[in-house]
Design a protein around this ligand. Structure first.
Ligand SMILES: Nc1ncnc2c1ncn2[C@@H]1O[C@H](COP(=O)(O)OP(=O)(O)OP(=O)(O)O)[C@@H](O)[C@H]1O
Length: 254
């Protein structure tokens, strides 16, 4: 499997006052294969989000290297990084962060119009196809107050995919959803992954991680282990995966 994203010896130190600093990532190395679906778990404050924002070029690292798609992120200028994030990476967060003054379709279209790489016709057709696929086509002209949390998160996923990114990053993408909507969003992400998009997400929820292919466990800014579950598909026995993961997580003291 080709490696799409590789971090070596990442260190991240936050300086909060003149004499206060905190090392949040400690010599973290990891490689994500093209087409993989990986989750990061670990206790609160262990550095999961910092890892995600560092390896996606959103946050500056203190030392180490990050190769994405053959490019060294640490050596890139901010404008180059912004262009790379816009066109090759998609992001979903705990809150959908949609713009209030745009309807749902326009929220999805915005970043593609900003990227200006394709015709509006192509972009509009892709948005329509994504909304159809995620079951929200009938909501296109609604505004954000007229949709449920699960529907808004589907819109956020469409928005993240509108530029056909090669990798999708999620920071607790189901963190604000009830268990039914969480299951649906995870099934959508698993389906998107099966179509070829690499996905890396941070989660507290072992049921979410059980639908991913490989689980990385962090403690105290370091990777304390990883567990391979294999690809999840609709025939898979989810309960068995959840049990297997629970046993492994408890071996890590989680
Ligand atoms: N911008 C920042 N400035 C200073 N310290 C920060 C900053 N962001 C995070 N930290 C600190 O870094 C540590 C790791 O935070 P991070 O959010 O990466 O952990 P996490 O594992 O994602 O936590 P959680 O599960 O609670 O979201 C925490 O102690 C946090 O307080």
């Amino acid at each position: 499997m080709n490696v799409i994203l590789e971090a070596k010896q990442l260190n991240k130190v936050y300086t909060t006052g003149t004499n206060t600093s905190q090392q949040v990532l400690r010599d973290v190395s990891l490689a994500i294969g093209e087409g993989e679906f990986v989750s990061v778990m670990g206790p609160s404050g262990s550095g999961k989000s910092t890892l995600l924002y560092s390896i996606s070029g959103m946050d500056q690292i203190t030392s180490g290297s990050i190769q994405f798609d053959g490019q060294d992120l640490a050596a890139m200028r901010e404008e180059e990084l912004a262009a790379l994030r816009l066109t090759k990476m998609g992001f979903i967060f705990q809150q959908s962060n949609l713009l209030k003054n745009l309807n749902l379709l326009d929220n999805i279209l915005l970043s593609a119009y900003v990227a200006k790489r394709e015709s509006r016709k192509t972009i509009n057709e892709r948005a329509q196809a994504l909304m159809d696929r995620l079951g929200i086509a009938s909501l296109a002209d609604h505004d954000i107050t007229q949709a449920s949390g699960g529907q808004l998160q589907r819109v956020a996923i469409c928005r993240a995919l509108i530029n056909n990114p090669s990798i999708l990053f999620g920071d607790e993408p189901t963190g604000a959803l009830n268990s039914k909507a969480t299951g649906e969003v995870m099934d959508i992400l698993a389906d998107i992954n099966r179509s070829g998009t690499t996905i890396l997400l941070v989660t507290h929820d072992a049921k979410v991680a059980a639908k991913t292919e490989r689980v990385i466990f962090m403690t105290d800014g370091m990777i304390a282990g990883e567990h391979k579950l294999g690809k999840y598909d609709s025939d898979a026995d989810l309960k068995t995966r959840e049990r297997e993961l629970a046993v492994w997580l408890s071996s890590k003291g989680f």
